[in-house]
Design a binder for this molecule. Sequence first.
Ligand SMILES: [Zn+2]
Length: 571
Amino acid sequence: MKGAADPCLISSCLRNAFHQRIPHFLPNPRRLSSSPANSSAENLSVTQVVTNSLTRTKEAISMANPPVLRWYSCGPTVYDSAHLGHAYSFMQFDLIRRVLEDYRGLNVVQVMNITDIDDKIIHKANQLKMDWREVARNYEDEFREEMRSLGIKPPTITARITSFLPQIVGFTQKLIDSGMAYVAPSGSVYFSQEKYGRASKFIKSSTPEGFDKSEKKSGADFALWKGAKAGEPSWPVPFSPVPGRPGWHIECSTVASHFFGSSVDLHSGGIDLMFPHHENEEAQCCAHHGVDNWAGQWIHAGHLLAPNATKMSKSDRNFITIRSYLERSTSDQFRMYCMRHHYRSNCTFDDEEIRISSDLISKFTNFCNLVDAYLNGVVPASCSSVEEPEILQQIRETERQIDSCLADDFSYPFALQALSELVSICHRQLAPLRKSTVTSATSYSAMAAAANLTETFFRSAGLVLPTKRNAEARTATAAGSSPEAMALPKVMDAVLDFRSVVRGAGLSMRKETPALSKEMLGACDGLRDRLQRSGVRVKDLGGGSTWELEQQVPVKVSAETGSKVGSVKSP
Ligand SMILES: [Zn+2]
């Protein structure tokens, strides 16, 4: 990477995530625009590495059953509204998935659970005097809608836990039959750490989990199945006369095993799920399937931190719900925020972070618009010819760096840095700074290629830049394809064409009729200012004018407290 890191792009917390940074190795670098990847495990192993939380090292992603990459992602417990801490985790995994699918061309099958039966759901239903099923379904619908609003790809399979109760009972029964689990008088079933006999993988010293320790044989044993208490929803089981409901950990193990068999390639979740949830998932799956290791690679997203540097969580009452965030700022700004921070980082979220993210979207968008103007003859007043060899060389280098950064544990921040350097170099050539020393012919295609690379990079990451070229489709989408939105680009082009004629005439008659010239130019400036107040920024260049929609200005982002406090359990 050339030059010093831009502090606006790469935050200080990123350094912690890269303490294990390894040299780039790309024997077969691939381009953003290349054809679908050869998805064999052999080729993948030399192009894409990820930090396995279990081994704490970077490893090549592997597929046990190529060409399918089997990915299990821990989903939400739907008892309240999700907050930005959850969104951060799901957005980071969405960015990773887009690299694997849209950039590497892999066939990813992603399964995610929806935990729709749980202590917290029962408690919330009692609070609201509602049926627990209705509570769960309402928050599940809200969660799905918010993920859609954030542009996060839906999982290939979304598994509602209450639809898998026979499988969970069967999984539990097998562990009882093999002696790895035992039934307590309450009807609860516990996993026996003593029978399992293996050390913890994620944390060396395990701590007891708190579910009715009085009937457990060991403090480290954890519940697979919970005998029902009076008034709780429950299901009959063959291993006890007391009906009950599943424990949290076994839900994920059963659903993953149902779809993927005795192993998964990737398993993801927030860092707070590593222990005990993932520790227990791994243990019961190894015991159930008779294997030493169940998940190929465990990946964990870091915490989102509130402005006071504490983890955004329900218990600390310092979170922002996804809904309230989207009322103030955009999903693209949040996606850019996530791209600026490595997925393993713990990152502070505040107004300044949103402002920086918004400015970056504007920087890349404005560059594409400037190139568009250049290609269409609306060039800066004193723009020199573009030096084609320098631009082409920089594009090749940027493509290599982007590929290299993403291959190295999905390092979007450094990929952003590389693209930013390309844009800065192109900007310098387009800006009215160099009036001489042109040694090569003007090249439109090189500059167009730089803009194409910029748009393609962000589109691959799920962020469609609001460039003028994309304005028609974007405004149509935002406004539900209304005729008014569809007409905006055409109307703006017509208005600016007329303004350019008036402005050109005003400029040309400054000496002959200065008063009239001043009046005409003042009217043009007034129109520009009026449009700006309406959210349309007009730029006057040498050969005409361009326009762009201004980014939505974020308003004060503040934590929510009090009665609105709520969250989902995982990730
Ligand atoms: Zn899980």
